[in-house]
Write a protein that binds this ligand. Sequence first.
Ligand SMILES: NC(=O)c1ccc[n+]([C@@H]2O[C@H](COP(=O)([O-])OP(=O)(O)OC[C@H]3O[C@@H](n4cnc5c(N)ncnc54)[C@H](O)[C@@H]3O)[C@@H](O)[C@H]2O)c1
Length: 369
Amino acid sequence: MQAPPPNEPRIVIVGLGKIGSLYAACYGEAGHRIRTVDTGKSADWDQVAHAPDPSGVDAWVVATPTATHLSVVGEILRIQPDARILLEKPACYPEDLVGLRRMIRRNPRARIIVNDVYSHSGAVRHFAESVRQLAESDPVKKITVEFTKNRELDVAKGRFVDTRYGEAGYEGFHMLSILRAILPAEQYRTYLRTVPESVTAEMRVRTSAPGLPEIELYTSSTGTIAFAGLAGFAFSEGVSRNYLTPGVIPYGSEFRYRFADVELASGEHVTLVFEPFFDSEPDYKNLHVVHVRNAARHSVIAVNHFEEALLAQLELLHHIDEGTTAIRPAEHRFLAALGSAMATGAFPRTTETEHRENEEKPVLIGSEV
Ligand SMILES: NC(=O)c1ccc[n+]([C@@H]2O[C@H](COP(=O)([O-])OP(=O)(O)OC[C@H]3O[C@@H](n4cnc5c(N)ncnc54)[C@H](O)[C@@H]3O)[C@@H](O)[C@H]2O)c1
């Protein structure tokens, strides 16, 4: 790519809301030149089409509401068919997946990555590596992942209201990233093809299928904690008293109970606990711990997941071949099916056509490298 003149934009952020502002801060601090597009807020331009000479743009970020992703990506590709795009998750609503695929086929030089924070997290990498090493001699029996926060205040302000993926759309992608980091690729593909044993409204997804360990994913945006016993040991007495013993995170609280636990056949547990120093360290949001419990070993990993992922994915966009995408349609369809199961009680099976459409040339990222 030709070097742009010094005053030309290098990264254009489309959608300067809550998430787009985080990108602007992160990339700005890293020394990148930032320009912005937003239809409703003060930005450099109000439409992608008004951005000047696209040849000076190294990368685009799309952080507009999910319903607009397909049209915004279309606008970008119209003016720069070989654009490098970092697209917020979800990539789009399920009914737009076919349209997104068609758009990619028509723009074979485009590179599109859907933001996948936990794939690039040093904490998840460390956890997955510990699991892999121990599992060589002690097979994985059960995987439990919980992401609980009381988001009712956010919902009252109009955030975290997903009418298509439902509860699965908020933390589901993150929980799948962690599962993807632990399971061998073939097992992970099998998991995305399973019909869960049960899906409850909170959302609790239990799966037991041949060739897979038992898997349970749980997330609650009303603050109801499900597995206080699995990661509670990592928190302070105050957190236990205020949140874990009552089993509820109250309205407005910033506390997040998020962990991934792997139980091995021997009874050993490897547990990744996010932000366990909630009430004792000012920088608690960037401190996570991997415990190997019976062996009484632990490692503290200090990392800002979000910033680490944004920088890594920008780098990745510059190195992947033209035409490479990391959209993960199979995950979108799986989560949409969970959303549907919560709303209607029935888990729709993926059709053979959809299975074919789910296939994507794999990109080696983060923990998969
Ligand atoms: N990665 C994560 O953990 C995470 C967390 C929350 C939200 N998200 C995703 O980030 C995206 C944005 O969410 P948010 O909470 O920042 O939303 P937001 O409502 O705070 O911001 C969206 C911005 O986009 C602007 N906009 C709307 N349509 C536009 C268009 N066509 N062109 C240009 N600008 C337009 C709006 O004016 C607004 O400023 C969503 O897809 C959401 O699912 C991801």
